[in-house]
Design a protein around this ligand. Structure first.
Ligand SMILES: [Zn+2]
Length: 109
């Protein structure tokens, strides 16, 4: 089955660039300019979270959207923002598969 590949690498590069622009703006630009840059970073992070959870079903417990994240290299997690449901995998796609299969891990303390 063909899955749309997550363009994680280019999104991460975009986030790094946006974050650097924000940090520079904090020092040298008026507050409203820095706030705009901060918003861009948050938007991109949200885009990455959605991309990493691409194909994930909504949480069966509360119907909330699932988001994805990379815990560290080789460990991805898909989770619900509203409850403690989480699934993990070695790739984003594997984490989504486990999530959709209801194979959750215990919430981190
Ligand atoms: Zn939930």
């Amino acid at each position: 089955m063909a899955k749309k590949p997550v363009d994680e690498k280019s999104l991460r590069a975009e986030i790094e660039t946006a974050r650097a622009e924000y940090e520079a703006a904090v020092v040298s630009e008026p507050a409203h300019v820095a706030a705009e840059k901060s918003k861009k970073v948050k938007t991109l992070i949200g885009k990455l979270a959605a991309a990493l959870a691409s194909g994930a079903d909504v949480c069966p417990k509360d119907g909330s959207a699932a988001i994805g994240m990379r815990r560290k290299a080789g460990l991805y997690e898909v989770g619900c923002l509203a409850c403690a449901n989480r699934a993990q995998g070695e790739t984003a796609a594997e984490a989504v598969e486990n999530w959709n299969a209801g194979e959750y891990v215990a919430a981190a303390a």
